[in-house]
Design a binder for this molecule. Structure first.
Ligand SMILES: [Zn+2]
Length: 195
């Protein structure tokens, strides 16, 4: 069990809420997001900044399945990053929805939260995969998702997360064979830009 104790305040913090920060001497320190933001606000001289804590929200997808989103806010100098993500035990990166928005740290963080929740709702309303007899297929002619590492140490291969579900690279390839002979277009989009 990894020790997720914040070295600044001593709080034992869930793994999704710790930040590993490099010091000048090259050593890494674990900080909780609140302490990270306090230090960053001090360095960026944003004295009015207050670390926002948002309680999880539950939102239903197009099939009526409810997803619980947790939030993390991190101050990166002149930008405040707000992330919404699902907690999937043992598989934090490779499954579950995840969204991000960047905003002005001097503006009301609840406004940024409102915008992020709207973005999550827009994404949940669209399904890119359909299940036919236990097999997943591409629903239309456009797929959106997230690229993650498949977790296999024998090489750097991706898996993709579509509709919040992990799809292995070979399974994704098999899905695309329904379109054999078609052309395709890949556009890579920064997480904070995705509409
Ligand atoms: Zn702390």
């Amino acid at each position: 069990m990894p020790d997720n104790t914040c070295v600044r305040c001593g709080a034992v913090t869930p793994p999704h809420d710790v930040v590993s920060v490099a010091s000048a001497d090259g050593a890494f320190r674990l900080l909780c997001s609140r302490c990270f933001n306090v230090e960053m606000a001090h360095r960026a001289k944003i004295h009015t900044f207050e670390h926002p804590e948002f309680t999880p929200v539950r939102l239903a997808d197009a099939d009526g399945v409810v997803h619980e989103f947790h939030f993390r806010s991190l101050l990166f100098g002149d930008q405040l990053s707000l992330e919404a993500f699902e907690l999937v035990s043992g598989n934090e990166d490779c499954a579950g929805f995840r969204f991000q928005l960047l905003g002005d740290p001097r503006s009301d963080p609840f406004e940024l939260l409102g915008d992020l929740v709207q973005k999550v709702k827009r994404a949940l309303a669209v399904r890119h995969l359909v299940e036919h007899a236990g097999k997943l297929d591409v629903a239309g002619t456009m797929v959106r998702g997230r690229i993650e590492w498949d977790g296999n140490d024998n090489g750097r291969m991706p898996c993709v997360v579509i509709d919040g579900r992990r799809v292995d690279w070979t399974d994704f390839g098999a899905m695309l064979m329904a379109f054999e002979g078609w052309q395709f277009r890949v556009e890579l989009v920064d997480p904070s830009d995705e509409a």
